[in-house]
Design a protein around this ligand. Structure first.
Ligand code: ZN
Length: 442
């Protein structure tokens, strides 16, 4: 009875949180007007449309120019900063700028704390409270430089009551063996890291801390990830192998736009207006598969209005029992996607089938004119890998012959070395008509 009452209270609190978010938000047109009135970028970008329609208020929302990453090339970071919030902002971060143009992102203290409040909307919170009650040690291994991933997740851990050590990522102070040693001594219940780093640390622990390994795995309850694409099946394999809950977050420096849910979906927060755009960016739909753009209806310091994040995504209506209405599946970066027949695929589409029956390490998918070649590292060294079954599922989906080569773990990426790049380039189109654009920085 008491548990049921607690659940009802939590659900009411979540619904109240969603309601507050909505009440505090602008409408899409109000946000466009705010951006136009307060920033150099939108003032410049909307000028022509304002002349055509007479005023910013008269422009239909979908006639507003889309902010592409290339658009930002002609502007300096402060051109995106709202005049009104100039004195309030206290943090600046920017994206990798893999297409050559880093996206600036400013935060007021209120906006920065907001990511914590939004993270509380996830129904995973109840489970996290139980984990803290038992063992509140946390290891946070997300990057802190340039981005805010590390900072904001540390804030979430701090405010949730965890005792946290920050080991950073892709950093000379944090080589994988040092992090593994820390985990063996600190014995956290929760690790926050990209899947790639997590798997590397756990492998080193298994090999070099043979006697403690079982206890370390038994103590560990949760892996929280972000900054790396992870399909449902890869996530499920990780959860199964380590007997943990894996919470995978799809968000970015520009916005904390989705929350992971125990129902298995990633829900779009109501303070974001999302759009799915066609290849040529001319058609905009609420639901479907296409190029992802969003408008943050809440954040004023750095307004993002019709901002083309440019991942290939599927957005669909949700029937979630926790009250969320919309969900998103990221398929990978749009500029790295490939077209087979009439269908556009991202890295996730290949990964999800590859990991359906097995936990691999790093992998590479190569598309040729007449075949798909996949090299995948063996993470588990299980004698009974269902290679044929996996191949058949890939052939059925992509309607092309498939070669699947198994490599020892660490051959594609040396897991004992510091990671130099984001694991983004897992899918390569070698065909002459490939439209892939390989990023300058990873
Ligand atoms: Zn849900």
């Amino acid at each position: 009875m008491l548990t049921r009452l607690k659940m009802v209270m939590k659900s009411l609190r979540r619904n109240f949180g969603i309601w507050v978010c909505k009440r505090l938000s602008f409408s899409d047109k109000q946000m466009a007007k705010y951006a136009y009135d307060n920033t150099v970028l939108y003032q410049t970008l909307y000028q022509k449309a304002v002349e055509k329609f007479g005023s910013i208020e008269k422009i239909p929302f979908k006639h507003l120019p889309i902010v592409k990453k290339a658009t930002l090339n002609n502007f300096m970071p402060f051109d995106l900063l709202s005049k009104e919030k100039e004195k309030e902002v206290f943090k600046y971060a920017e994206t990798t700028g893999s297409t050559g143009n880093p996206t600036p992102s400013f935060y007021t203290p209120k906006e920065f704390n907001g990511s914590y409040l939004l993270s509380r909307l996830t129904p995973f919170q109840t489970m996290l409270n139980d984990v803290i009650a038992d063992n509140r040690r946390a290891v946070c291994g997300l990057a802190c430089g340039f981005t805010i991933a590390g900072l904001s997740f540390q804030q979430i851990l701090d405010k949730s009551g965890f005792l946290t050590i920050n080991v950073d990522a892709r950093n000379t102070i944090a080589p994988p063996q040092r992090v593994a040693r820390l985990i063996s001594r600190f014995k956290p219940s929760i690790i926050v890291a990209s899947e790639t780093d997590f798997l590397a640390w756990m492998k080193i622990l298994k090999e070099e801390y043979v006697h403690q390994y079982e206890e370390i795995v038994n103590t560990l309850k949760v892996l929280i990830s972000t900054a790396e694409l992870c399909s449902e099946n890869r996530s499920a394999q990780i959860s199964k192998h380590f007997n943990i809950v894996h919470i995978d977050n799809y968000a970015c420096v520009e916005g904390y736009f989705s929350v992971p849910c125990p129902c298995g979906e990633k829900h779009i927060l109501p303070i974001y207006q999302t759009e799915v755009l066609s290849d040529d960016l001319k058609q905009s739909l609420e639901f479907g598969k296409g190029r992802f753009a969003f408008t943050n209806l809440f954040r004023k310091s750095t307004p993002f209005v019709r901002y083309l994040l440019d991942d290939l995504v599927t957005i669909y209506p949700s029937q979630c029992k926790y009250g969320f209405k919309k969900s998103i599946i990221p398929h990978g970066r749009y500029e790295l996607s490939v077209k087979l027949g009439n269908i556009r695929y991202g890295t996730r589409d290949f990964e999800n089938i590859l990991f359906h029956h097995y936990l691999f390490g790093e992998y590479q998918v190569q598309i040729y004119n007449n075949k798909i070649v996949i090299e995948a590292e063996d993470y588990l060294y299980d004698m009974n890998i269902p290679i044929d079954k996996i191949k058949q599922e890939l052939i059925k989906r992509f309607k092309m012959p498939v070669q699947l080569k198994l490599l020892p773990y660490g051959l594609i990426r040396d897991y004992k070395k510091i990671r130099e790049t984001k694991p983004m380039l897992r899918l390569t189109d070698n065909r002459i008509f490939s439209t892939q654009q390989i990023p300058k920085y990873l």
